[in-house]
Design a protein around this ligand. Structure first.
Ligand code: G3H
Ligand code: 13P
Ligand code: ZN
Length: 305
């Protein structure tokens, strides 16, 4: 059934588990995610970036995700990192049950104003809104304490921002980064900052850039020719801490991309005579499904559907 992110996230924060939000661009990713959700009986957020919307087309994505949401699993259809107000409005009009407005790179007042606009549109459609305050990038990208402080989410500002915008969920910056290269040195999240934010902000919190860059998956990909160098992700122990202190939506894109890459490389390597794309895609789909299932177990969303 198609539901809003608010409907999924409020109980998640209260009961201290997190709902996985997987980025999808096509049918293969969507089917792997849905198959995992059905197996694990987990609610799920299917999210598409502006790049995904450009790649697949809004109408194709809406039609596919509507079909995915026809069954018993509660599914939210969410715009990830919406920066263009026109795209967000079009998605809400087309049936998305949730949208993120990402004004994190804008001056504070402009971020508030544009988020308020999105909240207005979403309310008219019965949809939810995720907003962002702070800049999501690795802690070690900043050289000084002052620089780090200016980029990571300020707890008092987060409270003011959540109040002013009326957002349903808030993405915060506590040291994660997007992609496969999150940390230059040892991995580290600012859990103390999260604790302070969670004390003040009562809407569900969202962790972006949360992929684990799973060692076994990276190994398969590298065994079949990928060159991933110093790829490094968020530790499972940090994910558990984050959930304990208020994170209720966890975004995963990189881990599925890595699983897809590993599966495809393996298939092409090991089946040199096969040209049927369905056969070549199968190991990738199975690995993506397995990775999605692992996330549902780790986040505690398994069995909550
Ligand atoms: O946070 C961004 C997601 O990983 C989506 O990436 O813009 O390449 O689709 P994308
Ligand atoms: P990862 O790159 O860590 O998977 O993060 C994805 C994300 O935050 C999408 O919004
Ligand atoms: Zn993100």
């Amino acid at each position: 059934m198609l539901v809003t992110t608010k409907k999924l996230l409020v109980p998640a924060r209260a009961k201290k588990y997190a709902v996985p939000a997987f980025n999808v661009n096509d049918l293969e990713f969507l089917k792997a995610v849905m198959s995992a959700a059905e197996k694990m009986k987990s609610p799920v957020i299917v999210q598409t970036s502006e790049g995904a919307i450009e790649y697949a087309g809004l109408d194709y994505l809406v039609a596919m995700i509507r079909v995915a949401a026809k069954g018993k699993i509660p599914v939210a259809m969410h715009v990830d990192h919406g920066k263009d107000l026109k795209t967000i409005k079009a998605a809400l009009d087309a049936g998305y049950s949730s949208a993120m407005f990402d004004g994190s790179s804008l001056p504070y007042a402009e971020n508030v104003k544009k988020t308020q606009q999105v909240v207005k549109w979403a309310r008219a459609k019965g949809a939810s809104v995720e907003a962002e305050i702070g800049a999501i990038a690795g802690i070690e990208d900043f050289v000084s304490v002052e620089e780090k402080d200016a980029h990571l989410t300020n707890p008092a500002q987060a409270l003011e921002f959540a109040k002013e915008t009326g957002c349903d969920a808030l993405a915060i910056a506590i040291g994660t980064a997007h992609g496969a290269y999150k940390f230059k040195g040892k991995t580290h999240l600012d859990i103390d900052r999260l604790k302070k934010i969670a004390k003040l902000v009562k809407v569900p919190l969202v962790l972006h850039g949360a992929s684990g860059v799973l060692e076994d998956v990276v190994k398969i990909a590298e065994h079949h020719g990928a060159k991933l160098g110093s790829a490094r992700g968020v530790l499972d122990s940090d994910i558990k801490q984050a959930i304990k202190y208020g994170v209720a939506k966890i975004n995963i894109d990189t881990d599925l991309r890595l699983a897809f890459t590993a599966g495809i490389r393996e298939a092409v390597d090991e089946m040199p005579k096969v040209i049927d794309p369905r056969k070549l895609m199968e190991p990738a789909n199975l690995l993506m499904r397995e990775v999605a299932m692992r996330k549902m177990k780790l986040f505690g969303s398994a069995g909550r559907a």
